[in-house]
Ligand binder design. Structure first.
Ligand code: EPZ
Length: 434
């Protein structure tokens, strides 16, 4: 296994480019199955989750080829409606295969997505959407079996206990585009990743209205053609670099950063003393105000609310802001695995239900810490950039799921971060942790 060694204290300066969006690209790979013709996806990030998805499509009979550093070609002319358990269990996003298989083949057999440290990941809303379109759904030995010979359009309500569901909305849309008749999807997720999916589907010949809103209307068509589609930039990656600039008191330009993709995040940053300005439609500049960081408050909500995928990273920033900050999780109420590790670095954080209360201002000190999930990994790295001394982040395979060349991009901004074999960690640390 590999670790990151970070020497903190450097202000990050310069420009960095966000890769294509992981959470857009994964459903787009699935959407390519809706046509029997070849599709090309451009600006795809180089991530382990993408390679997983490619492997799953290969196992299902599609021809999948990486034809360039960020370009993939998918030819799904011959596919079977079932995905391999060994691969699906590793990645929740593989649940996005349900919609296109049901839409194109009238059936699907997808293992229930695996558990996840960030909290409960049910798919009841996905299943209810399929049932509304006439599908029969059974859960047998951990496999979701869908039979939908007579799929038809219908009215669907996607709202759940925690608001809308992103991959649930993606599945409903992908099942509906080939279903005869009209489908309305009320309380649809309107994350930019859903908008990007609808753009690709329109490009394939789908008939979709209300894109970007909570009410999507679809008229089913006979078939869809292959297409060429460019994935939108990763807004969570872009915002993570903005936070890296803020936590080190630096000044950074993020190419691919779009104010219209960041929703409430920009307001929360402005309120705590971090200026985020648009340099163009696809580039933002980030700088902390002269009088430094102020304490912050944020509640995570579906888009355009504050993104849950930025909650852990923002908690690291709050450790630097004098005063009490409060971060409340309304999407994944137990998404606080980063907190015990930040405490090891001297942070003062308490958890009250679905809220973390951060007493910021005491300096962070470097320490050996353990990544637990994708966004917690990023939070620990950000904390290491601001900490005095050396921070060793272990299990960075979590990071590699969703951040493309993270250490190289941070090095480009002046950070002292290195990817090393775990054996390089000082034995003293190893002893403490074993
Ligand atoms: C997507 O997950 C993202 N993943 C997640 O990013 C992100 O955190 C999440 O949306 C919320 O923004 C991808 O797009 C691949 P949900 P998704 O279904 O769609 C409840 C990352 O770090 N719910 O929107 O699987 C659920 O319990 C990852 O990049 C139901 O109740 O999440 C949760 O509280 C982590 N029933 C909320 O909705 C359902 O059937 C949001 O879940 C489905 C969801």
């Amino acid at each position: 296994m590999e670790v990151f060694r970070i020497r903190g204290g450097r202000k990050l300066e310069g420009a960095v480019t966000a890769s294509g969006s992981k959470n857009a690209a994964l459903p787009l790979f699935a959407a390519s199955l809706l046509s029997s013709e070849e599709s090309i996806l451009e600006n795809v990030p180089d991530l382990s989750d993408i390679r997983f998805m490619a492997e799953i499509l290969l196992e299902m009979g599609a021809e999948v080829e990486k034809t360039g550093p960020t370009t993939w070609k998918i030819n799904p002319s011959q596919i079977v409606p079932c995905a391999p358990y060994e691969l699906v269990r590793k990645m929740r996003a593989s649940v996005c295969l349900l919609g296109p298989l049901v839409g194109r083949l009238g059936k699907a057999e997808i293992p229930m997505p695996g558990g996840c440290v960030i909290g409960n990941r049910p798919i009841d809303l996905h299943i209810r959407a399929m049932q509304r379109m006439g599908a029969e759904v059974e859960l047998k030995a951990g496999v979701v079996q869908v039979n939908a010979e007579n799929l038809r359009g219908n009215s669907i309500f996607m709202g759940g206990r925690h608001g809308s569901t992103v991959t649930g909305t993606a599945n409903a849309i992908m099942a509906a585009v080939l279903a005869p008749g009209k489908t309305t999807i009320d309380s649809a997720a309107c994350e930019p990743e859903i908008t990007d999916l609808c753009a690709m589907l329109r490009n394939m010949g789908a008939n979709i209205e209300g894109i970007g809103s909570h009410m999507i209307e679809i008229e089913g068509v006979e078939s869809l053609r292959g297409c060429r589609h460019r994935v939108i930039p990763d807004r969570i990656e872009a915002a993570t670099y903005a936070l890296a600039a803020a936590i080190t008191g630096g000044e950074v330009c993020v190419r691919g950063g779009r104010l219209d993709h960041l929703g409430a995040f920009v307001n929360v940053m402005n309120a705590c003393g971090v200026r985020i300005d648009a340099q163009s439609e696809n580039e933002i500049s980030v700088k902390t105000n002269e009088d430094g960081l102020r304490s912050l408050e944020a509640i995570t909500l579906p888009y355009p609310g504050f993104p849950t995928d930025l909650q852990a990273q923002t908690c690291a920033l709050a450790c630097k802001a004098k005063g009490l900050s409060i971060l409340t999780e309304r999407v994944y109420p137990s998404r606080f695995m980063h907190v015990p590790e930040l405490l090891r670095m001297g942070a003062e954080i308490s958890l009250e239900g679905a809220s973390s209360i951060i007493r910021g201002g005491t300096p962070l000190t470097g320490a050996p810490v353990m990544a637990s999930d994708l966004r917690a990994s990023a939070a620990l790295i950000l904390a290491g950039l601001a900490a005095e001394g050396e921070t060793w982040v272990q299990r960075i395979y979590h990071l590699d799921r969703g951040y493309d060349a993270f250490e190289k991009k941070l090095q480009g901004l002046g950070a002292e971060v290195e990817r090393l074999p775990e054996s390089e960690m000082p034995s003293a640390f190893g002893a403490q942790l074993s």
